[in-house]
Design a protein around this ligand. Structure first.
Ligand code: TYD
Ligand code: MG
Length: 455
């Protein structure tokens, strides 16, 4: 009998450790390492003896290959995030916090595809078929021909999928409920999740099915998170959003068949998720332009410009160590902007509390937001509201210089479209569009910006 080797696997990132530890070296998470008997999983288990393969010359393949065949759902924000639709024979991971709306979105996608005549199977290990039907009813999809299966055993699921006509589109909700007799460890562990996902991907490749795997982002280490299978799938989408806000963002973080950094924007309603075609209008919806500390940032997400409000509050601190709190932006980046303001602009913030918030629970990852953040901070400290029709963007360097960013034209066009008639942007920006009555103010450095606001 083959010897089984005990190993310790972090349930959050999948790092394998030789012995148990409280903290994972791989991702820094605490209490996420659990013992695994190393039985089964990829490359393990019975039936993995040496087999023969046949290499194919790359050159002989040309001509046979066309654009990857896709199944577009017609839900434009979802199709945008996947790069034009789900690719046949590929596996897509949709991750997100529990309750964010993954099952809702995928049920809507399933219904849309089945209305196009595709054979769709929705496999749920979390809800009974009656529950899924109830949700479908709420989404106005109860009359669609989506086939439902409530199963968690990998072998049973494969038998179900192989039974009858070949499916075009399969949803597995969720990977954490999958369990296989091939893997020895407890359901929900890294080994079980990987074994299940591996079997599903193999089914997709063999049959040309478009496969969607749902994965819950987990906070504790008892259940493996979606990150442990990211490397196995063809595309990874994360569904983000704040429970307190009603809109949701589907973000592409990996895509073997399309662009990454693309986002789809949705709004959660009582009838499911609604597409938001113009996110800027949504993010700027509840704006109070007259208050100090608010600056509009003209950002880019993938190929799409997005305008969002950056809010800052700078107030004298009662504490020895003033507070810095950030929501929706990188806190290290905020510290950097504060340091540059102190060192190069003479703005004293050492005894002030600083709060920074991106409106609507949105998250910005672009360094181009530096200038909008600086403008909001200075505006709040000075108690002066910024012009209501002005947008800001530009990257700030440690020397206080302001650097041009990509896609200037796209940012400015979006701003003009939404009635912003002026912009403060880095000097030397390329592709400035010919403005129709709008004023673009080019600044060279952060002191330059501060002088314009407070001076
Ligand atoms: P769900 O899709 O079950 O989340 P996940 O699969 O990611 O765990 O969504 C659950 C939440 O969505 C729940 O709190 C209720 C809300 N919801 C609506 O607001 N409207 C709807 O039409 C539906 C179906 C759900
Ligand atoms: Mg769900």
């Amino acid at each position: 009998m083959a010897k089984t080797r005990t190993q310790f696997i972090c349930q959050s990132c999948g790092t394998v450790h030789a012995r148990w530890a409280g903290k994972c070296d791989g991702c820094g998470a605490w209490n996420t390492i659990i013992e695994d008997d190393g039985n089964g999983g990829i490359g393990g288990g019975p039936g993995t003896a040496m087999r023969k393969g046949r290499p194919v010359a790359l050159a002989t393949l040309s001509g046979e290959i066309e654009e990857a065949p896709r199944v577009a759902t017609g839900i434009s924000e979802l199709d945008r995030a996947t790069g034009g639709g789900f690719v046949r024979g590929s596996a897509v991971l949709v991750g997100g916090d529990p309750g964010i709306g993954k099952s809702t979105l995928l049920m809507q996608a399933a219904a849309a595809l089945s209305r196009q005549g595709q054979r769709v199977i929705y496999v749920s290990g979390e809800e009974a078929t009656a529950q899924i039907r109830l949700r479908a009813q709420r989404l106005g999809a109860a009359d669609s021909d989506v086939l439902l299966a409530a199963e968690t055993n990998v072998e049973d699921i494969l038998a179900t999928l192989a039974d009858g006509k070949r499916p075009d589109f399969v949803i597995i909700d969720s990977i954490q409920t999958l369990w296989s007799e091939m893997a020895g460890s407890a359901p929900g562990s890294v080994t079980q999740v990987r074994t299940g996902v591996h079997a599903m991907i193999r089914f997709a490749k063999q049959t040309g099915t478009a496969m969607v795997l749902v994965g819950h982002v987990t906070k504790d280490g008892q259940i493996a998170g979606p990150r442990v299978v990211e490397h196995m799938v063809d595309a990874v989408l994360y569904f983000e959003g704040d429970r307190g806000h009603h809109y949701r963002i589907l973000r592409t973080v990996k895509n073997r068949f399309g662009p990454t950094d693309e986002i789809g924007v949705f709004e959660m309603s009582d009838k499911g998720l609604r597409e938001v075609a113009n996110p800027s209008e949504l993010f700027l919806g509840e704006r109070n332009a007259k208050s100090p500390g608010a600056a509009v940032f003209a950002g880019i997400e993938g190929t799409r410009p997005i305008l969002v409000e950056v809010q800052a509050l700078v107030a004298p601190s009662a504490l020895g160590t003033p507070r810095r709190a950030v929501v929706g932006w990188d806190s290290a980046r905020l510290s950097m902007i504060l340091a540059v303001l102190e060192a190069h602009c003479g703005v004293r913030l050492g005894s002030h509390d600083v709060y920074l918030n991106i409106a609507g629970g949105y998250r910005i990852s672009e360094p181009a937001a530096d200038m909008a953040v600086a403008a909001a901070l200075v505006s709040s400290l000075a108690g002066l509201a910024l012009p209501a029709d002005c947008v800001y963007f530009g990257e700030v360097s440690l020397s206080g210089a302001v650097r041009p960013v990509a896609q200037t034209g796209l940012r400015l066009k979006e701003a003009e479209k939404l009635g912003f008639n002026s912009a403060v942007l880095p000097k030397g920006s390329a592709d400035l569009p010919a403005s129709r009555g709008a004023t673009w103010t080019e600044v060279e450095s952060l002191p330059d910006l501060v002088a314009r606001i407070a001076g």
